[in-house]
Design a protein around this ligand. Structure first.
Ligand code: FPP
Length: 247
């Protein structure tokens, strides 16, 4: 089926996931299959980011979360880390105006103090430029690890308790949620991972509690609008029970 056929089917089916999160995996293997250096795989993966953003807007998704760079990724060879930082700058330089025009609000989430100064400046610029938009929120997770995020929230709560601003009995799920990078964002309904790997890899551990999982065998640089729509159609055929019994 073509992307257009799938989109028509999504619209007929009805409920579209409000929030889709994607673990973009397989860039390295895609490059290796073509005897290219790994950064070429990441560069090609940038095209998929563009397609998936456009596809999400057209399908009426509210939030798209992309895992672009994990805290563990800092341990990759320096050449690959530099290539990924440059790609981030390039992506923002190339796409910021179009994203702004299309009503996309870009949020970059993670330990941003570790970014190179030019990458950090680009991130701050695109977030400011698109802050007022509300058609699609694009969360780019960079230098992100979910355990570190939960640890950060825990420290913040402990500091409030120590300062007498909060009692242990007042620590609720909402108190934790508002201290996560994703504060105010609905939880993902659908979590996609590409390249056939069946792991969460420290991505949004708290937030994906009730997300439907969809593993695609396709390597990220080959993942586009059609593959996104196939995932949404699969999601629409699932029965979400949130731990309860069927209606
Ligand atoms: C995983 O593939 C992918 C990454 C670590 C980087 C993702 C980055 C992009 C898609 C491009 C930049 C995007 C933006 C938004 C600037 P891998 O390298 O782990 O692949 P492998 O498992 O095949 O080695």
């Amino acid at each position: 089926m073509t992307a257009a056929d799938l989109l028509a089917r999504i619209r007929l089916n009805g409920a579209v996931p409000r929030h889709i999160a994607i673990i973009m995996d397989g860039n390295g293997r895609w490059a290796r299959e073509r005897l290219m250096p790994r950064p070429m795989g990441h560069r090609s993966g940038m095209k998929s980011v563009r397609e998936v953003v456009e596809g999400a807007i057209e399908a009426g998704v509210e939030v798209l979360s992309l895992f672009a760079f994990s805290q563990e990724n800092w341990q990759r060879p320096i050449t690959e880390v530099s290539a990924l930082m440059s790609l981030l700058e390039e992506y923002i330089a190339r796409e910021a105006n179009e994203l702004a025009e299309r009503g996309v609000r870009v949020m970059v989430l993670g330990e941003l103090d570790r970014l190179t100064p030019p990458a950090r400046a680009a991130v701050d610029r695109v977030m400011a430029q698109t802050a007022h938009n509300d058609r699609l929120t694009l969360n780019l997770f960079i230098s992100y690890g979910s355990r570190a995020e939960i640890l950060r929230a825990t420290r913040s709560i402990a500091a409030d308790v120590a300062a007498g601003k909060l009692s242990p009995g007042e620590i609720t799920e909402a108190e934790i949620e508002k201290r996560l990078f994703t504060a105010g964002c609905p939880d993902p309904d659908l979590l996609i991972r590409t390249s056939g790997e069946q792991r969460i890899s420290n991505f949004l551990l708290w937030q994906v509690a009730y997300a439907e999982l969809y593993i695609s065998p396709v390597l990220w640089p080959d993942f586009g609008r059609r593959e996104l729509y196939e995932a949404i159609v699969a999601y629409q055929s699932r029965e979400r029970r949130f731990g309860k019994v069927s209606a």
